[in-house]
Design a protein around this ligand. Structure first.
Ligand SMILES: Nc1ncnc2c1ncn2[C@@H]1O[C@H](COP(=O)(O)OP(=O)(O)O)[C@@H](O)[C@H]1O
Ligand SMILES: [Mg+2]
Length: 289
């Protein structure tokens, strides 16, 4: 039924921050390649994302982070490579296909309707499912409000009222509404492209807490971020992309921001002072996990 709501789609989270992942990955990418004309945006990128795991995707501008997310979300399907969801080979040919499979993306612009309230935004495009019979319409309105309160409570999101237009909300609250919408659509995998880039300190904190709540609920999250402090606070593992290639996977418990910066820039950790050593082979200092 359309109005069934199960907050914990992933069952029991299988990992807490830092513990090594085990079991079947929820999402597995194998040798993803993507070019835009002559530009090779991604070369043989593979990764695994586990239930209840948050992965940070980092790298310099143009490293291929957004392209990788778009290949998973169906916006720009990969040229070659395989994607597996819970062990099943899937072809994500469009965002609609991704959504049906339980892969949801929140982009920086959020795509919320400012004039609609929170309930309206969460159920946008789903009304027809909720109103199969006109006589049920008033009940469905109440159900939608109830489910909105439930999902916001699950994610520990505080808003003045679910009936205020989203234009009146703070950046952090708007980000939370966009994430809540993915949960209501029964996401298994949530992709966040720079969720805190436009936010102040307090709002960033809200969003970081939200990501932690997603993990506690068993969702699998990939978060792109420029901010290593944020990354260190919320992720279990960090994947570094450089010039379209994966150059390192770091368990957050066993690494330092310096090592990750070295992987991002291609400098060998500990040898940053030797600018003229001709080290062009991109030693990452990262360890494959
Ligand atoms: N739609 C596109 N058309 C042409 N080139 C693109 C397109 N999207 C990304 N690129 C190129 O692919 C590379 C990776 O970009 P992107 O994934 O946006 O990097 P990041 O998100 O890490 O900053 C860059 O060289 C970028 O210019
Ligand atoms: Mg980007």
């Amino acid at each position: 039924m359309a109005n069934e709501f199960t907050p914990s789609v992933g069952g029991t989270p299988s990992s807490s921050a830092g513990s090594p992942p085990s079991g079947e990955p929820r999402l597995r990418l194998v040798n993803i390649n993507k070019s835009f004309g002559p530009v090779r945006a991604l070369t043989d990128v593979s990764l695994e994302l586990y239930p209840g795991e948050v992965i940070g995707l980092v790298g310099d501008n143009g490293a291929g982070k957004s392209t990788l997310v778009k290949s998973i979300s169906g916006v720009n399907p990969a040229d070659s490579g395989e994607i597996y969801l819970e062990g099943e080979h899937i072809k994500v040919t469009s965002p609609q296909v991704a959504n049906k499979l339980g892969i949801e993306t929140v982009y920086q612009d959020l795509a919320l309707c400012d004039n609609l309230d929170i309930v309206g935004n969460l159920f946008l495009g789903r009304e027809e499912q909720l109103f199969p019979f006109p006589q049920l319409a008033p009940l469905s309105e109440i159900t939608m409000e109830k489910q909105t309160l439930e999902v916001l409570h699950t994610l520990d999101v505080k808003v003045p009222s679910v009936r205020v237009p989203v234009a009146t909300l703070s950046g952090g609250q708007r980000q939370s509404v966009a994430v809540a919408r993915t949960i209501l659509r029964k996401a298994k995998v949530v992709l966040l492209d720079e969720p805190t880039a436009a936010l102040g300190v307090a709002q960033t904190r809200q969003v970081l807490n939200l990501i932690k709540r997603l993990r506690e609920q068993g969702y699998s999250v990939i978060v792109i971020s420029h901010n290593l402090a944020d990354v260190f606070e919320v992720v279990d593992r960090v994947i570094v992309l450089r010039l379209g290639k994966k150059v390192g996977t770091f368990n957050i418990k066993d690494t330092t921001p310096e090592k990750i910066v070295a992987a991002i820039t291609g400098a060998e950790f500990g040898k940053l002072t030797k600018e003229t050593n001709g080290n062009g082979n991109g030693t990452s200092g990262g360890s494959e996990l």
